[in-house]
Design a protein around this ligand. Structure first.
Ligand code: SF4
Length: 586
């Protein structure tokens, strides 16, 4: 039951850990390498003899034999090797020639997923075999570490979209750009064009280090604590595509920010480095480990240590290696680092990191101040060099290839050559001189990108949904646009943001548990008693000061048709009954 999961997660992960970071573990404690991370509590000798603890597939404890088909596939062949087969075989012989193990497994290491065959309704998602859901086209995820793009790069992505992806382009909540309708025959040419401008799809999906989230205002914000650009670059240059980290128990998500608004959702990443000033050592990063959503959501926990900018890549590699060696590989549902942290606790994790992986102690460090909510950087904002950056909002990240080309050209016409995708499905144009701001804002509006969006548009997010995702049960992107348009007409502007996040299935790609109104796609009883598209509602989640998971209200389900009415009712009730300054999640 997810309600119980949420309660457990809350108990594990409250803000107490932020306020009271664990001290470095005493080196006189038992050697953690010899302990079973999931060792059961002590029992009477007879009971202990009768029940041998079952391993969870941790490599460091000797469980090297694959315990499920995913582990077997990774052992059979390093997923990074699939690139050569795509280039040399599949691109020439076509979709039908693709080995199923590559198609539904190893292709992900290069950002490729088969997309959902059109016309299959959500009721069949769970009943059909994977090959019955597979279309012969792919979703391709372009990784954009730190969200940092040049106008040339954006132009290339837009042109690929127009030529090979039927003009699709979504800005994701992990600063990637996702294209659809890709044919395997076109993948080598797409890679050639991306790599010619320094972009890549390597490890954009799969059980490996995914795109590194980075502050979208790195290096330009006047109030930045520390610029994370070099730390992000060091991790990407040293470790992305490195076979030592290409077979992790599951995905591994990283976030790095030096901005006080903690603009990379660090609470829900596997590892996060959050800018903080140490009283003696100066600006650096606070290290958090073990955040994640989906089932058993947990907030990342502080290890209580301060990391210098030049040490971030080494410490990141240490955390990643612990996950590789001690992470649970038996069950996919327990294979995220958050379960290891939940069992070990941050003290033991830090001790293992320091003694076995870094061979040195890290300094204790202070906690960063918690912002009221994460920054989204939408609007016109002053840079530290006197120019402006302009945060633009599509609706739920949806844009298009031609719009991206036009945006790149618009930016260049206004003297800007840099952009940043954000973890809120937005995009920033940097380095605009004051006298050119209004003209750029007007031009972007013509492209469906608003610098002055109303709160509804600004605060909505949606995952891919049934349009392309094989796991989806319901539609999301168009539904988000409908909610935004209806609510803007009915309620106009809000004086406080209310975040509305839509997922197409029980996974949490659009972070529903940390939204004010989180909507989990499922079939629900319709007006005539039949099953129709709808959502299970989670209310009152948040990040920043309100970090915690929304409550799943039993029986609180809404059909897709009723959704705007439902959101309107909830918003009106909140606005009518709130106390002065009260936030939705409070
Ligand atoms: Fe697909 Fe579900 Fe993720 Fe949405 S939340 S993109 S439907 S897996």
């Amino acid at each position: 039951d997810q309600v119980d999961d949420v309660s457990r997660a809350r108990a594990l992960t409250t803000a107490d850990h932020r306020r009271h970071p664990p001290k470095a573990a005493n080196s006189a404690t038992e050697d953690p390498m010899t302990q079973t991370p999931t060792a059961p509590p002590a029992r009477k000798p007879a009971a202990r003899a009768a029940r041998k603890p079952r391993g969870e597939g941790q490599w460091a404890l000797g469980y090297r034999e694959p315990l499920n088909p995913n582990e077997q596939s990774k052992k059979d062949d390093n997923p990074l090797n699939v690139r050569a087969r795509i280039e040399n075989i599949y691109a020439h012989r076509g979709f039908a020639s693709i080995d199923p193990g590559d198609l539904r497994g190893r292709f992900r290491w290069y950002g490729l997923y088969t997309q959902r065959k059109p016309g299959i309704d959500g009721g069949k998602t769970a009943t059909l075999e994977p090959h019955e859901l597979d279309d012969e086209y792919f979703m391709l995820r372009v990784r954009i570490d730190g969200g940092a793009l040049t106008t040339e790069q954006l132009h290339v992505i837009g042109q690929i979209s127009v030529e090979f992806a039927r003009n699709t382009a979504d800005i994701t909540d992990r600063q990637n750009i996702q294209l659809h309708w890709i044919r395997v025959e076109d993948v080598p040419e797409i890679w050639r064009r991306l790599e010619a401008v320094g972009l890549s799809t390597t490890e954009a999906c799969g059980d490996c280090p995914r795109v590194i989230l980075g502050s979208p205002v790195a290096g330009i914000a006047a109030d930045e604590i520390i610029d994370p650009t070099n730390a992000i670059r060091a991790i990407v240059d040293r470790y992305i595509g490195d076979p030592q980290f290409s077979n992790l128990p599951r995905k591994f998500k990283t976030a790095i920010t030096g901005h006080p608004l903690q603009d990379v959702v660090p609470e829900i990443n596997d590892v996060a480095f959050v800018g903080v000033v140490h009283p003696e050592l100066g600006p650096g990063f606070d290290l958090w480990v073990g955040g994640g959503l989906s089932t058993n959501p947990m907030l990342a926990q502080r290890l209580g240590t301060w990391v210098a900018e030049e040490d971030v890549a080494e410490v990141w590699a240490g955390v990643c290696a612990i996950f590789r060696d001690y992470g649970y590989r038996r069950l996919r549902s327990r294979a995220r680092i958050k379960f290891l942290i939940a069992d070990w606790g941050p003290e033991k994790f830090r001790e293992v990191l320091e003694t076995k992986y870094l061979q040195r102690k890290l300094p204790d460090g202070p906690a960063p101040e918690t912002p009221a909510r994460p920054g989204d950087h939408v609007g016109v904002n002053l840079q530290k060099d006197g120019n402006y950056f302009i945060g633009l909002s599509p609706i739920a990240g949806r844009t298009g290839g031609q719009a991206l080309i036009d945006l790149a050209e618009l930016a260049e016409a206004h003297g800007s050559f840099r952009l940043r995708a954000t973890p809120m499905q937005k995009i920033l144009v940097l380095d605009v001189a004051k006298e050119r701001v209004d003209s750029l804002v007007a031009g972007a509006e013509q492209l469906g990108l608003s610098a002055r969006p109303r709160a509804w548009r600004r605060s909505v997010m949606a995952c891919t949904g049934i349009e392309f995702c094989k796991l989806a049960i319901v539609e999301t992107k168009a539904q988000a646009a409908r909610v935004v348009n209806e609510l803007e007409q009915r309620l106009g502007e809000l004086d406080t943001p209310i975040t509305v996040n839509l997922n197409g299935c029980p996974n949490s790609c659009a972070r529903i548990q940390v939204a004010d109104i989180g909507l989990k796609g499922q079939l629900v009883p319709g007006p005539n008693g039949d099953q129709v598209e709808g959502y299970q509602v989670h209310l009152g989640g948040g990040l920043g000061l309100d970090a915690g998971f929304g409550r799943k209200l039993r029986g609180h389900k809404v059909t897709a048709d009723e959704l705007p009415d439902y959101v309107e009712r909830v918003a009106k009730n909140f606005l009518a009954e709130r106390n002065d300054g009260e936030r939705f999640a409070q």
